[in-house]
Ligand binder design. Structure first.
Ligand SMILES: [Zn+2]
Length: 224
């Protein structure tokens, strides 16, 4: 009797351990949605061309110390879903800009103090909240698909309502928009490349420098 009780208890403990493991296997990090994470730690297959880390941008100045796409975990995980969905169509994402610390927003404003081109740092940008992303589509070989304009082109042609474009360009713009909307992003009407993650209003403006944000998500699961 005593032996069978011990056996029962042992079987129960083993079953419970297996159940707990299946519920949260090793490596499946439960991220706080508000934490700022590097997209590479969430989905390294998303291509990067972080323009403000180069001089290839509309102010022709390097403003970011590092070419990294940092987002709130909530937005990063949604973006990873978009990448996975696009891969099934032989496509992928290439990101131009993600989180932008407020100090860099101020630097950008100092160069171009015009709210037609730059968000006034007094109010901040959705990029300052880590809940906005600028991006385009690439094919399997990493080539950018033709889009209405280049990144940060402030002409009418960049607007989503601009229709006087070749059929393949209209299709590419729509493919990107459909994939992003399906994962919960909101398109900006004036810029085909810009999307906000839903609920961006609930995330405060941040001024945390890139250098303090870990490149791996594993030790990054506490709220900021
Ligand atoms: Zn943007």
């Amino acid at each position: 009797m005593q032996v069978s009780r011990i056996q029962f208890l042992f079987t129960f403990v083993v079953a419970l351990t297996i159940a707990l493991f299946l519920h949260n296997p090793v490596g499946a990090v439960q991220l706080n949605p508000t934490v700022l994470v590097d997209i590479r730690s969430i989905n390294p297959r998303i291509a990067l061309d972080i323009r403000y880390a180069t001089t290839n941008n509309f102010v022709k100045q390097k403003l970011y110390p590092e070419a990294r796409c940092i987002l709130r975990a909530a937005a990063a995980q949604q973006l990873s879903q978009v990448q996975t969905a696009l891969e099934a169509q032989g496509l992928g994402l290439k990101v131009y800009d993600c989180y932008r610390p407020l100090a860099i927003q101020r630097a950008l404003w100092a160069i171009k103090p015009d709210d037609r081109f730059v968000a006034n740092p007094a109010y901040g940008s959705r990029h300052n909240r880590g809940m906005a992303v600028d991006l385009t589509l690439v094919d399997r070989a990493g080539n950018e698909l033709p889009m209405p304009t280049g990144f940060d082109d402030f002409s009418d042609r960049a607007s989503r309502s601009y229709k006087n474009l070749p059929a393949n360009v209209l299709k590419n713009r729509q493919t990107l928009e459909d994939a992003m909307v399906k994962a919960g992003f909101i398109p900006l009407s004036t810029e085909w490349w810009h999307f906000d993650a839903k609920g961006w209003q609930n995330y405060a403006i941040r001024d945390i420098p890139f250098s303090t944000i870990p490149s791996t998500a594993l030790n990054n699961s506490t709220a900021k």
